[in-house]
Design a protein around this ligand. Structure first.
Ligand SMILES: Cc1cc2nc3c(=O)[nH]c(=O)nc-3n(C[C@H](O)[C@H](O)[C@H](O)COP(=O)(O)OP(=O)(O)OC[C@H]3O[C@@H](n4cnc5c(N)ncnc54)[C@H](O)[C@@H]3O)c2cc1C
Length: 302
């Protein structure tokens, strides 16, 4: 990313919300469940599966956590009643009150998981910033004991120093993980900041996951990592039901189409809802060209 783009991406928090909304449209399925399910159906026609995220995170009131729990319960019922195929859910625990009260959050997750179980669905627990890692993995472990690997999965971030140790601790036959670089900028004391090191850790973590019999959602748009992942799939002799690639809605669609054409399974992360702002800023930050567009729009040349 060039200097100007980097500067613009740093100033995104002061960009007016309507401008952020405008440029983040490709990343968000819409504000309603109906919008999101339409996108899921379109993706299905293109040969991709989905994981749905009800936008919202870091809530500070119990009522918000309960409302988000309820939203997921409704989502599972709707997926089932409309017979939408292979639409999983991705949940951020801070949307269910993790930082208010971890025990309450676990209770909210249990309610949500009971509906996921009744509807035959699967829940991926997204990984948030490092203030949440231990608490998130503790809740994941409890839910995995109570509901099983086939209902709940965790996410590991190759940016963090601790990740290989976490993978070794949690990787058991049949577990279901997503592996990503990690979007949250963390201090150098706990995270790699050099992209080459983050990539190397990604490859090492993936190798260990495959070696332990874990199903892996390989979440990246990075060509080099995609190639390395395909090499590891070959090395471990994996059938296509042992892994899938995962990509974000609105990002690198040609790569998505190519992976599907090459016979890999591919799942798209589909966020929707009224609380689109924090997610949108994170996506715009990762897209240098869009940061440039935002700047041009702001100074009236876009
Ligand atoms: C399905 C999925 C789930 C995720 N879940 C989590 C999670 O739970 N926790 C977490 O911390 N992180 C999560 N992430 C984000 C992830 O950690 C990275 O921040 C993000 O995927 C970018 O890393 P990358 O591997 O794609 O590599 P990058 O080097 O960032 O991207 C590779 C290329 O993709 C393109 N690209 C990437 N992002 C954009 C964008 N926003 N707009 C346009 N082009 C773009 C660019 O061409 C870039 O050069 C998830 C990512 C995916 C795909």
């Amino acid at each position: 990313m060039g200097l100007i783009d980097r500067t613009i991406s740093m100033t995104l928090p002061v960009v007016p919300k309507p401008v952020v909304r405008y440029f983040s449209r490709p990343y968000i399925a819409g504000t309603t469940m109906a919008d999101a399910l339409n996108v899921v159906r379109e993706l299905g026609e293109q040969g991709a599966t989905s994981t749905l995220d009800v936008l919202g995170e870091f809530v500070s009131r119990d009522e918000e956590a309960s409302a988000n729990t309820e939203a997921y319960i409704k989502l599972f019922k709707r997926i089932e009643s409309e017979s939408v195929r292979e639409a999983h859910a991705s949940v951020k625990l801070t949307a269910l009150g993790l930082l208010i009260d971890a025990d309450r959050c676990l209770e909210n997750m249990r309610q949500l998981m009971h509906q996921a179980e009744a509807s035959g669905n699967f829940v991926r627990i997204d990984m948030e910033d490092s203030s949440c890692t231990d608490k998130t993995l503790a809740i994941y472990r409890r839910l995995r004991e109570e509901f099983g690997h086939h209902r709940v999965g965790a996410v590991f971030q190759s940016r963090l120093h601790r990740t290989l140790a976490d993978v070794d601790e949690h990787a058991v036959q049949g577990a279901n993980f997503r592996l990503c670089k990690g979007i949250y900028l963390e201090p150098e004391s706990i995270a790699y900041t050099d992209d080459r090191r983050i990539r190397k850790n990604f490859v090492e973590a993936l190798d260990r996951m495959f070696g332990s019999g874990v199903f892996v959602g390989i979440a990246t748009h990075d060509d080099w990592l995609v190639e390395e992942s395909i090499r590891l799939i070959g090395k471990h002799g994996l059938m296509r039901d042992r892994y899938e690639f995962q990509m974000l809605l609105g990002v690198r669609e040609p790569l998505r189409r190519q992976l599907i054409a090459d016979g890999h399974r591919l799942r798209v992360y589909v966020p929707f809802g009224a609380n689109w702002y924090a997610y949108s800023v994170r996506r715009l930050r990762e897209n240098p060209q869009i940061a440039g567009h935002v700047f041009r729009a702001l100074v009236g040349r876009g």
